[in-house]
Design a binder for this molecule. Structure first.
Ligand SMILES: Nc1ncnc2c1ncn2[C@@H]1O[C@H](COP(=O)(O)OP(=O)(O)OP(=O)(O)O)[C@@H](O)[C@H]1O
Length: 362
């Protein structure tokens, strides 16, 4: 519907609690309800794995196999992107890493990023603004990755070079020649990372300006100034002595933090109420989705795990209206069917039983 990206079919086998499951979809938002432990989040996790990375639980491939059998697992999906359909298959045999096939050809994980833009909000992110900076950096990199799938390669390249530099530092290696290539790599990748993070924040800021939304504006900025490749190279060289004493690289984009202000109150997000923090996250994911739609002409797939239950009735209605206006196939979970009454026939409804059985309505 409305030209968004959408899964039209999802089939799981031996994935988490699902021995065999299948849903057929038409692009409308998907409301999934059922009791605790029914496997709703597992279903969303399967969808999240159709984008690069380890999915919304950051799980290792072996944790995804259905216990107690722990046989190989498989996720197969049909993705509609404009007028085209793609068949995506992810699978892993016991003890092996996952493999990806797109349209029946082996593909690298990163290829998924160009095909399926998938954003998510999960309950563990409720503490995003109050907990350690690492979570916010990961969130920030996911924002950047949503706009530029190659961002993931820059992050991996930076981290690899930094790990090697840290090893030299711990070994008290003093010869500058050992450091030059690694610091050059860190400066190159680091500058790309900084630029893309900032670019993502700008795009999201623009998408929040004048948007018809009931959710609060989140003003985002970076805790560090953007040094650029040359500046980062100079910094790393200058800090080598101090880094050696610490046994690790103390400064660089790997230490950046994301600063969020609750717009209308001009107050740090961390000091907002629990409900306000949730509303800020929803606001950001919707802005991210609007910005992506403006770029690509198609709204991304959204995964909103247990979001509806945390909103008052007015905001819940606003969320459904905004999702429908976006034209996004949003997958939403909740324990009670009445949470999705306001979505009505604008969505597809899936009921899950305690034992994971699924029934589709509408
Ligand atoms: N590898 C696995 N094999 C079999 N079952 C698993 C596996 N991993 C998780 N589970 C089971 O899946 C169930 C959790 O599923 P899920 O998190 O999707 O529930 P949910 O429907 O989202 O529930 P809630 O409403 O409580 O969040 C748990 O019962 C858990 O034991």
């Amino acid at each position: 519907m409305s030209g968004g990206l959408a899964l039209t079919e999802l089939r799981l086998s031996h994935f988490r609690s699902h021995r065999a499951a299948q849903v057929m979809l038409d692009g409308r938002p998907v409301a999934i309800h059922g009791p605790n432990g029914a496997g709703k989040t597992n279903l969303l996790e399967a969808v999240s794995l159709l984008s690069p990375g380890r999915g919304l639980r950051r799980a290792a491939a072996e944790d995804l196999a259905r216990l107690p059998e722990a046989l190989g697992w498989r996720i197969a999906a049909t993705l509609r992107a404009g007028a085209r359909h793609h068949e995506i298959e992810l699978r892993a045999e016991p003890g092996q890493s996952r493999t990806v096939r797109i349209d029946d050809k082996a593909a690298p994980q990163l290829a998924l990023g160009r095909l399926a833009r998938i954003l998510w909000l999960v309950p563990s992110m409720d503490r995003l603004w109050t907990e350690a900076a690492e979570g916010r950096r990961r969130f920030l990199d996911r924002l950047a990755l949503s706009f530029e799938p190659a961002h993931g390669e820059a992050v991996l390249g930076y981290e690899k070079a930094m790990r090697e530099r840290n090893r030299l530092l711990r070994d008290q290696q003093r010869d500058p020649a050992w450091y030059r290539a690694l610091e050059g790599q860190m400066a190159r990748s680091g500058a790309l990372i900084e630029r893309r993070r900032r670019d993502a924040l700008e795009r999201i800021g623009r998408a929040q300006e004048g948007a018809a939304t009931q959710f609060p504006v989140a003003l985002l900025s970076m805790s560090q100034e953007d040094l650029g490749e040359e500046g980062l190279g100079v910094l790393l060289e200058r800090e080598r002595g101090r880094d050696m004493a610490a046994g690790r690289s103390l400064r660089g984009p790997h230490r950046a933090d994301l600063v969020a202000i609750y717009g209308s109150k001009d107050m740090p997000a961390a000091q907002s109420s629990t409900g306000e923090q949730k509303a800020l996250l929803i606001s950001l994911i919707l802005a991210n989705a609007r910005a992506l739609r403006a770029d690509l002409g198609a709204a991304p797939i959204l995964l909103l795990d247990e979001v509806a239950a945390h909103l008052d009735a007015r905001r819940r209605a606003a969320l459904y209206d905004e999702i429908c206006a976006l034209g996004s196939q949003a997958w939403m979970t909740g324990t009670e069917p009445d949470l999705f009454e306001g979505l009505g026939a604008r969505g597809q409804h899936v009921t899950m039983d305690a034992d994971g059985g699924m029934r589709q309505e509408g």
